[in-house]
Ligand binder design. Structure first.
Ligand code: MRU
Length: 360
């Protein structure tokens, strides 16, 4: 574990990266500690990766997808080079099923586990030693390509942010939720790089405050004009005409464009509709799940009651109170003005447009 001065986040450690070769280790920035401490965790086993995902040390759909790929590699490297490829494939399938139990909503986990498993099956002929190396290079590629996709996303969507405009965002869909640059925040960073002036309002995002702890922190560090608000203030800032566009990420997008994202997104989407403000969903193509016809079939993670009954270790509710704590909600596609991916923009959001875009 390595700690740094939290006052200089401009040069923060990467969200996630691999250090060394086959016998190296995974480093992640521990997001549970931000913004008060910058702590880097060193992970060497699949179980540690599972725990980091489950406890939100690493979070955000693309970032947990990348962590899952490294989790598979960490399992693969325990297989003896003297074994048959079939034994390695078996370990990969078992560890993939295990990692999938860490968090159920973001489809990016499934996407990268499938990618790693496919490599192992199609290239089984090269033998275990080479296959293990190949799996590390694939996990590294998933990590690097994620950052490249985010840059492309930013370029495709930056025009949604008007000069002198106001942007509202919910949760954290920034560099901390991806390999780098973010999804929703990639648009913000790109518009900022182009010299555009605008203001971002960040919802604090209860219960775990990803907006306050993470979005406010990373935007401030990047020199973006950011104002933190409580979730309950979103309606007012829209009514006061401070918001021109709403940018959010996604954890899973169904075939008709219905989108699961952090709890509270659906409420923001309803408010956006009433105030005639475009809601833009921003995500890589790996976040689409075309096997699900609508958002009704998206599994929604239920989180521990303590996240709602206490704040930073201090109890804020009576003992034994009943708690409902779904981590995500689903915004119907009719409330979404556009979806931006690394390939461009889907608008209007219809099943046909989604399929054409993702299948190309
Ligand atoms: O519970 P979290 O913090 O993992 O939730 C994250 C979100 O809901 C993000 O908006 C989503 O994963 C997109 S991240 C680019």
């Amino acid at each position: 574990m390595n700690t740094e001065n939290p006052k200089s986040p401009r040069h923060r450690p990467p969200t996630i990266h691999w250090v060394g070769g086959v016998s190296g280790h995974l480093e992640i920035l521990d997001q549970r500690k931000l913004p008060t401490e910058v702590v880097v965790l060193k992970l060497t086993t699949t179980e540690e990766v599972w725990q980091a995902i489950r406890t939100l040390a690493i979070r955000g759909a693309p970032a947990i997808g990348i962590a899952a790929a490294y989790g598979i590699f960490l399992a693969a490297r325990t297989v003896s080079p003297a074994s048959q490829s079939a034994a390695l494939i078996d370990v990969i399938q078992t560890s993939g099923a295990y990692i999938l139990t860490s968090r159920p909503t973001a489809v990016n986990l499934e996407w990268s586990i499938d990618q790693m498993t496919r490599i192992a099956i199609t290239e089984r002929g090269i033998g275990v030693r080479q296959l293990v190396k190949r799996l590390l290079s694939e996990a590294n590629a998933i990590c690097t390509e994620d950052a490249e996709k985010c840059l492309a996303i930013g370029k495709h969507g930056q025009h949604f942010i008007p000069e002198d405009g106001g942007v509202l965002t919910h949760c954290n869909a920034g560099g901390l939720a991806t390999s780098d640059h973010g999804t929703a925040l990639a648009l913000v960073y790109e518009a900022h790089r182009r010299g555009r002036k605008f203001q971002v309002f960040a919802d604090e995002t209860r219960p775990l405050l990803q907006g306050a702890r993470l979005t406010a922190w990373e935007l401030q560090a990047a020199g973006v004009d950011v104002t933190l608000i409580c979730d309950s203030m979103a309606a007012l800032v829209m009514q006061q005409k401070k918001i021109d566009v709403i940018l959010v990420g996604a954890d899973r997008i169904a075939a008709n464009g219905d989108t699961a994202n952090k709890i509270g997104t659906y409420g923001v989407a309803q408010l956006a509709h009433i105030h005639k403000i475009p809601l833009i969903v921003v995500a890589p193509c790996s976040t689409f799940d075309l096997t699900l016809p609508t958002g009704e079939q998206i599994p929604i993670e239920q989180r521990p009651a303590e996240e709602v009954t206490s704040l930073f270790g201090t109890r804020t509710a009576p003992p034994d109170i009943k708690v409902y704590n779904p981590a995500f909600d689903v915004t119907p596609h009719k409330l979404i003005h556009a979806i931006v991916t690394e390939r461009g923009v889907i608008s209007p959001v219809t099943s046909e447009n989604v399929r054409t875009h993702v299948d190309q």
